[in-house]
Design a protein around this ligand. Structure first.
Ligand code: SF4
Length: 351
């Protein structure tokens, strides 16, 4: 199969007859089966932006099932509350969702909305896309879901559905492929508004036209679908292989306190973790425990070295165990620390 170049010509109109029929069929189907997500029951731009940013790299089951969305809106009910919060508070509320730059950007966006728009959520696609951390997809989703703007929002579900509907056999994760799908999606959005249309396409991708299975005989778009081999689509570039890495950290505890190190790297800046300071090279120390976790394309084995007393280095601080619940800490370290606190509690009880 030929690889598209970035300047490949994009067909503006999708190869479809009776697009109105497809729109009507999807709208009718969605009215019957569309799920009642809380972000579908609001037209508040901020609440929808929060849901979209949370869902960027996290499943609905986590965002809703583990209460992240509701807790966030209780703690930061509007842009004013989020703009005024301490960064540490914001990161703590985000803990467990990962990709912490999303939380930082949400707060920056809240501040922009407050300062540049007097707290009123901007309505145009360009204004929304100019907010920190907001890309073309998120802007389209917020504009269509909150304001019913007739704009496209092509997420991975919609990209898959469109690729199958139009039997699109080029890579969908090249610039040219993305541009083609966006162009078709933009032409398909009903002029009256994109809220129902985009929601229905997403729902179709989530429940009917899924990545590894399709239910074509119950698909409301089947009469328009051109895919001859749905599961062979969409075509994507080969993904980067998983890299296995080891991490060595110090679990240093003394008199009810634990030593933590503040992250300075871009991804987790400001969060607290177990110190890693070349501990594996320290003579006489060997790991007492290990913990496996995955982050992006890395499969990490964390080796834990327990020591009683060390001197805090730069970016490190001793914290009382009671203080930990208010500190933002990436989940893998939180789990290891929780295990230690649990063990310590049991040891104290058995004395
Ligand atoms: S008919 Fe099948 S392949 Fe086509 S959109 Fe529906 S579920 Fe997907």
């Amino acid at each position: 199969m030929s690889q598209p170049s970035n300047d490949q010509k994009v067909a503006e109109s999708p190869p479809i007859e009776d697009a109105d029929g497809l729109r009507a069929a999807l709208a009718a189907w969605f009215a019957q089966v569309g799920r009642d997500y809380p972000w579908r029951a609001t037209e508040d731009g901020y609440e929808i932006l929060v849901s979209e940013v949370m869902l960027q790299q996290t499943q609905v089951a986590t965002v809703l099932g583990r209460g992240y969305y509701h807790r966030w809106l209780e703690q930061f009910p509007d842009v004013k509350a989020l703009a005024a919060a301490d960064e540490e508070e914001v990161l703590r509320a985000w803990e467990g969702l990962g990709y912490y730059s999303r939380a930082r950007n949400l707060q920056k966006a809240a501040r922009v909305i407050l300062e540049e728009y007097g707290g009123e959520f901007p309505r145009s696609l360009d204004q929304i896309e100019a907010l920190p951390g907001v890309g073309r997809y998120t802007a389209g989703a917020v504009a269509s879901f909150a304001f019913n703007a007739p704009v496209a929002a092509v997420d991975s579900n919609i990209a898959r559905v469109l690729a199958r509907l139009f039997d699109f056999r080029e890579c969908i994760d090249t610039t040219a492929g993305q541009r083609q799908l966006l162009q078709w999606a933009a032409r398909l959005v009903p002029k009256a508004g994109g809220r129902i249309w985009n929601s229905a396409l997403m729902e179709l991708g989530q429940n009917v036209c899924k990545a590894k299975s399709t239910v074509c005989d119950r698909c409301p778009a089947a009469a328009w679908c051109q895919a001859s081999e749905p599961l062979a689509l969409p075509v994507k570039k080969t993904r980067a292989a998983v890299t296995v890495v080891d991490e060595h950290v110090l679990l240093a505890c003394r008199r009810g306190k634990i030593l933590l190190q503040q992250e300075v790297g871009r991804r987790r800046k400001g969060l607290w973790k177990l110190p890693s300071r070349g501990v594996e090279k320290m003579p006489g120390l060997s790991p007492v425990d290990k913990h496996n976790y995955t982050i992006t394309r890395y499969r990490v084995t964390m080796f834990i070295y327990e020591v009683e007393d060390v001197i805090a280095e730069e970016n490190e601080r001793w914290f009382r165990l009671e203080e930990l619940s208010n500190l933002p800490m990436p989940s893998p370290y939180r789990r290891v620390v929780a295990r230690y606190v649990d063990r310590r509690g049991k040891a104290t009880q058995s004395r």
